[in-house]
Design a protein around this ligand. Sequence first.
Ligand SMILES: Cc1cc2nc3c(=O)[nH]c(=O)nc-3n(C[C@H](O)[C@H](O)[C@H](O)COP(=O)(O)OP(=O)(O)OC[C@H]3O[C@@H](n4cnc5c(N)ncnc54)[C@H](O)[C@@H]3O)c2cc1C
Length: 288
Amino acid sequence: MGGGALADKRRVLVIGGGFSGILAARDLSHDFHVTVVDCKEFFEYTPGILRAYVKPAHFDALSFTLAPVLEKHVGVKFIWGEAKNVDYEANTVSVKQMFSKEIEKVGFDYLIVAAGCNFNFLHKWGESLWFPTIYEDARPHSNWSHIDERFMEGRRRHIMEEYNKIKALNDKSASILVAGAGFIGVEWITELQHFFPKLDLTIIDFLPNCLGPLPKDAQAYCEKYMSSKNIKMHWGIKYEPNSPEFWKKIGLPNGADETYIAWVSRPPTTSCPRTRCPTRARAAAAGS
Ligand SMILES: Cc1cc2nc3c(=O)[nH]c(=O)nc-3n(C[C@H](O)[C@H](O)[C@H](O)COP(=O)(O)OP(=O)(O)OC[C@H]3O[C@@H](n4cnc5c(N)ncnc54)[C@H](O)[C@@H]3O)c2cc1C
C-alpha cells in the first residue's frame, strides 16, 4: 500500500468520549484519522445514572470501557487522558495521559470539542452526583476525593457508597430535600421514594411549578404522582440553606438530614480547563 488515500487523510481530534464525541468519531472514521481523548476509561449513559444510585447493579447496563469499543468496533484511536490546553496556532492539544507524568502535544487538522458540561453551581468545579469527577485539578476539591472516578471501578465504588448512605437514611426515616424540580429533580425524588419508601421527602423550586419548560399536562401528571406518594412540594421558593425562615417555610424547621441539588444550569467552561472551550457539544473546527 503506497502513500495513497490513507496517508492523505486528515487528522480529527475529538475531546470527549460521551454521546457527542462517539457519534462524531463514528461518522468521521471513514474519511479521517480520528483520535478520541477522554479523561475517564469508560462511557456512562448519563440519563440512567439516577437509577444506579438507588439500584447499583444498574450501573453495568449503563457503562462500557471505551478503548475496545472505539478501537476495535468504531475503528478510531483512543487516548485515556485529560486535554489540558488547546494551541489554536500550532493545532495541538496538550494531553496528560492517565499513567504519564508528562504532558504531550497531540496534533490535529480538525478539532471537535465534545467535553460536555457540569452541574451544580454551588460547587467550585460544578461537581454533582450526576457526572464522575474527572479533572486532575478538581479531584483535591471533590466531596469524594478518596475515590478516583476516572476508573470504572472508582465510579462503581462511589455509587455503592451513596447507595449505602441513602439506605442508612431510609432506615432512620430521615428527611431529604431535593432543590430543583426540573426533570432531574423530579426523577431523582421519585426514584428515592420508590426504592426507599421510608424517607421523608421534600422538593422545592424557584419557579411556580415543577418541570418548568415541559407541557402543563406533564407538570400536572407529575405533581399528582408526587402528591400520591406523600412527597411534599413547595414552588416559588428560593433555596436559602442559611436562612432559618427558609427551612420553616418548607416544613423542615430543623433542616434536612440530606440535601440534593438538582438544578440544571452551569456554564460549560469548567468542562475543559484552560481551553476556553465553546459551549457543550458544539463542534469546533480549527485549522485547515
Ligand atoms: C441526571 C441526568 C439525566 C439526563 N437525562 C437525559 C435524558 O433523558 N435525555 C436527554 O436527551 N438528555 C438527558 N440528559 C442530558 C445528557 O446527559 C447530556 O446532554 C449529554 O450527556 C451530553 O453529551 P455530551 O457528549 O455532549 O457530553 P457528556 O456526556 O458530558 O460527555 C463529555 C465527555 O467528555 C469528557 N471530557 C470532558 N472534559 C474533558 C477533557 N478536558 N479531556 C478529556 N475528556 C474530557 C468526559 O469525561 C465525558 O466523557 C441528562 C443529564 C443528566 C445529568
